[in-house]
Write a protein that binds this ligand. Sequence first.
Ligand code: SAM
Length: 253
Amino acid sequence: MKLCIDVITIFPEMIRSYASESILGRAQAQGLLSLGIHDLRDGAHDARRSVDDTPFGGGPGMVLTPGPIASVIRSANGGAGVARPLIALTPSGKQFTQAHAKALADSGSFSLLCGRYEGFDQRVLDDDVDEEFSIGDFVLAGGELAGLVIIEAAARLIPGVLGNEESPLTESFAEGLLEYPQYTKPQEFSGASVPPVLLSGDHGRIASWRLAKALERTLERRPDLIEARGGLSAAEMALLQRLDELEGAPKSD
Ligand code: SAM
């Protein structure tokens, strides 16, 4: 399965440069990811390649004008237009989540529209954009970082992109829970040791401990996620009560 993403930006090199490294670079080299990066200024028709103007009604800053955006949306890909759905990055958009990343990875293709300055003329959002996503309750200088966040979150879910196909299934948010704590070598570090259960070789017990830790951590840090799953089941509550017992060294018979 291949994921095709069109990106519209006034800083094509920002996208190209980040996406040429690591997982995104490998995914492209393997033919699993295709990025079409479109310079918004190619849609401008004046000598200065302007894409912004002052806001009607006054106020600070500049606003991206609708003409160049509409032009690139329609003329990209040899006149076929950018892939749909077209997603605009805006701080006032819907909060982007792992579930959206999964849906986009499965969709096969989509496009991202990166804002700058004070953002977009509303008519572009109303007429040409299918969805708006925000990556959090803060304001960035532009949509390129937000777009890269979405590209990476979706691309790493394409089968074959990550070395270990299991990891996206057990990570934070995959099951509506945060991930359990991870440990690696050395066994002792700065006076702290790895929980004995992880050295037990008992895979069933390790899986139970990990699920209990994931439940505990999610309850402490993100009770909203537990609420969204409809609370804890009786089995999950029972597992949480056994956490200390599960964590220790297994009793020898
Ligand atoms: N005036 C806009 C507002 O108050 O909502 C902020 C514009 S921001 C300085 C410029 C661009 O950065 C936006 O058009 C958007 O593309 C991007 N951006 C900033 N924060 C973002 C966020 N949290 N999520 C997604 N995109 C963001």
